[in-house]
Design a protein around this ligand. Structure first.
Ligand code: NAD
Ligand code: UFG
Length: 336
């Protein structure tokens, strides 16, 4: 079976390529390297001892996508490619709509032309907005507060319409909670360009001495210690969720939706404490006001994925911090 992985050079994509190769799938990566480095794919090959094909191509070019489908007999697509910085999406929304929505429309049109109708899409827990209760189930109402989230919700709706128009499509919408961690070898991990926006990459840059201190956005939430609570999930568990989704997709399920989370929430302060213990470094931090758009708490009910895919997250908060720290120490400048 040959899987096309869009955005496969990126953080979650590269970890998923490792697990696909470990599971003996043939892998073709399509990525324009706008937020990644080809070095991640060299490392994927080193970890697995297997090769994959890399096509430097942009989803904004239908011609480039079609060339990949002409040269390869693709069985299914895992679609990671997209821009993902929430704050940036507020300042340059048109670029987000253009890249994420137009890119996805182009991909779906080419898939349709080549009669490849199996796709796994990277959605996000952001589509649940501020949930009325916890844990979050797949049938909760959907709403978004920023252009990035809107691209995820719009793509979900587009894929639902597509499925209703043609029941030959098999579509899995995977809603990720908060992916963190790195491969245990420390060869691949998250490599944000510039100053990180997300909590764990920021903490690890503070621990390694690249940034002086963490800003904690709010300690007055209605949570046990007042700081935000999230369902952090190890990126390798998340990657394995995709591996478990593929057989489901090939069983012609139609359109299916799964939360990929652990079902547990940890606060910002708990994450800082765990990272300090694992790294044996002090993480200086200062409390600031709330970050606009943040919710107090967010964690998944992952029981549907367990029941229907036979998947559940296994790695602990300690694993997440230890593997992030291992990657950060081995690669203080990322892939550069
Ligand atoms: P990432 O930025 O590391 O990977 C995305 C990849 O897509 C990059 O390699 C980038 O170069 C590529 N890309 C972007 N636009 C492209 C285009 N037009 N053509 C070809 N390639 C393009 O991000 P990630 O953290 O690995 O996230 C993967 C997916 O999961 C994204 O769709 C993201 O929105 C989604 N997601 C991520 C998180 C998270 O916290 N990391 C949470 C929920 C959902
Ligand atoms: N936080 C800080 N300081 C920082 C960064 C974050 O205190 O420097 C706090 C936030 O306020 C929040 C928590 O840490 O309470 C987690 O924030 P992240 O930015 O790491 O993650 P988010 O939950 O905001 O969002 C992430 C991804 C989104 C995705 C969402 C899915 O960035 O793309 O998870 O739930 F949609």
């Amino acid at each position: 079976m040959k899987i096309l992985v869009t955005g496969g050079a990126g953080y979650i994509g590269s970890h998923t390529c490792v697990e696909l190769l470990n599971d003996n799938y043939d892998v073709v990566v399509l990525d324009n390297l706008s937020n990644s480095s080809e070095e991640s794919l060299v490392r994927v090959k080193n970890i697995t001892g297997k090769s994959l094909e890399f096509c430097k191509a942009d989803l904004l070019s239908k011609k480039q996508i079609a060339a990949v489908f002409s040269e390869n007999k693709i069985d299914a697509v895992i679609h990671f490619a997209g821009l993902k910085a929430v704050g940036e999406s507020v300042s340059i929304p048109l670029r987000y709509f253009q890249n994420n929505i137009t890119g996805t429309l182009n991909l779906l049109a080419v898939m349709n032309d080549f009669n490849v109708k199996n796709i796994v899409f990277s959605s996000s827990a952001t589509v649940y907005g501020d949930p009325a209760s916890l844990p979050i189930k797949e049938d909760f109402p959907l709403s978004v507060t920023n252009p990035y989230g809107r691209t995820k919700l719009m793509i979900e709706e587009i894929m639902k319409d597509l499925y209703h128009s043609d029941k030959n499509w098999n579509i899995a919408l995977l809603r990720y909670f908060n992916p963190v961690g790195a491969h245990k070898t420390g060869e691949i991990g998250e490599d944000p360009s510039g100053i990180p926006n997300n909590l764990v990459p920021y903490i690890s840059k503070v621990a390694v001495g690249c940034l002086p201190r963490l800003s904690v956005f709010g300690n007055d939430y209605d949570t046990p210690d007042g700081t935000g609570v999230r369902d952090f999930i190890h990126v390798v568990d998340l990657a394995l969720g995709h591996i478990k989704t593929l057989p489901k997709l090939f069983s012609n399920p139609g359109l299916v939706i799964y939360n990929l989370g652990t079902g547990f929430g940890y606060s910002v302060l708990e994450m800082i404490k765990e990272f300090e213990e694992v790294s044996r470094r002090k993480i200086p931090y200062k409390i600031f006001g709330r970050r606009p758009g943040d919710v107090a708490s967010c964690w998944a009910d992952p029981s549907k994925a367990k029941k229907e895919l036979g998947w559940e997250a296994k790695k602990t908060l300690t694993d997440m911090c230890r593997d992030t720290w291992n990657w950060q120490k081995k690669n203080p400048d990322g892939y550069q």
